[in-house]
Design a binder for this molecule. Sequence first.
Ligand code: SF4
Length: 451
Amino acid sequence: MEIIERKHLTINPAKTCQPIGAMYAALGIHACLPHSHGSQGCCAYHRSTLTRHYKEPVMAATSSFTEGASVFGGQANLVQAIDNIFTIYKPDVIAVHTTCLSETIGDDIPQIVRKAQADGKIPDGKYVIHVNTPSYVGTHVTGFAGMTKAMVDYFSTCTGAQLEQINIVPGYVEPSDMAELKRMARLLGVKTVLFPDTSGVLNRPQTGRYEMFPKGGVTLDAMSSTGDSMATIALGPTASGPAARALDSKCNVPCEILELPIGFKATDRFVDTLRKIAGINVPDEVNDERGQLLDIVTDMHQYFYGKKVALAGDPDHLVSLTEFLVSIDMWPIHIVTGTPSKKFKARIRELTQQVPHQVNVACPGDLFLLHQWIKNQPVDLMMGNTYLKYIARDEDIPLVRFGFPILDRIGHSYFPTVGYVGGMRLLEKILDAILERKDRDAPEECFELVM
Ligand code: SF4
């Protein structure tokens, strides 16, 4: 198939809209209500995408622009909204993000918030924070990065105290991953502040009782203390780098920007960085988990070996996933992200040097291009979000769902893919997909009971 280069047309994007990431990050602050400054349709779309992915009711408010606000600006709507929200829902924080419409009008959110403050609409001890998220630039990943940086800009405080704690900015990962990062730090005996933290918010238990603000999320006290921490570890340069660098500039908290701890090497680097900063030894429990992950690879390597894979998703995820797959002798050959990222292509090239096939990398690229590449050079497995199921069906290729959004399966909120334990789950999913296909296609005489 001839692939015609496209510059001005995206077909089936490998990304979603900026405010979705900002809304997700805001939900990782305890007792925070995200607020979408724009029309109702944007807010409905963002809420429904998050609700469908997490299978939890995602609450957010909107400035509800109609014709008047679209022409004259949304100041009156936002001031009224702030008043209503604090009066009716009583959050501790309102996290405002903009939309294409309010950005095009040019609404100045800090000025509007100052007006609300001057009008007495923001009660004492309550906060309104903001991030600009026009969706004609950026993606859900940059929206997440922007809101996480806003948390630093608004809340991190340097008092001069030297706290024995390390900040972790977890990247655009699942609540289960955030819980796993905290669990690993606990095993290592390191006190951490993780922000944002959607664990306990978007994977909360069913108690039979609705709570507008569940118990999870980073508290404002903890967030404020991040300015006095020993260091910050940012996981994923695209999603977490801006917040970590902002904290370094604002409060002189040194930062280490690492890749997401998916797979052996990236998790090793995460554990080692925690170990060095905190000056501790790695306990046996952590080494044992690594050993279990290694044992799975040793036992099942014959099924991983030489399998060609197509990947689509966020740059931070794809870099670590590529490294993991190559480390177990699988060959990622088509890799597409919809989020522009400066060093992505070079890093993927570096990681895939030993892949004995041509490797196609697009940044930014779309799923239409991925499909064209697959038609020209077929793969054994695809990994990516739910939208890949159309290509998987057309080409009859097994699909492992990974990334955001996953709208047609569950599990991602509860079972991590980061760390050694997360690596085991990823391998289980990959193996299930490969072996199911092997069983399906096996001739009668090769249909094995033991694999
Ligand atoms: S792309 Fe812009 S207009 Fe469309 S839902 Fe996102 S913010 Fe709203």
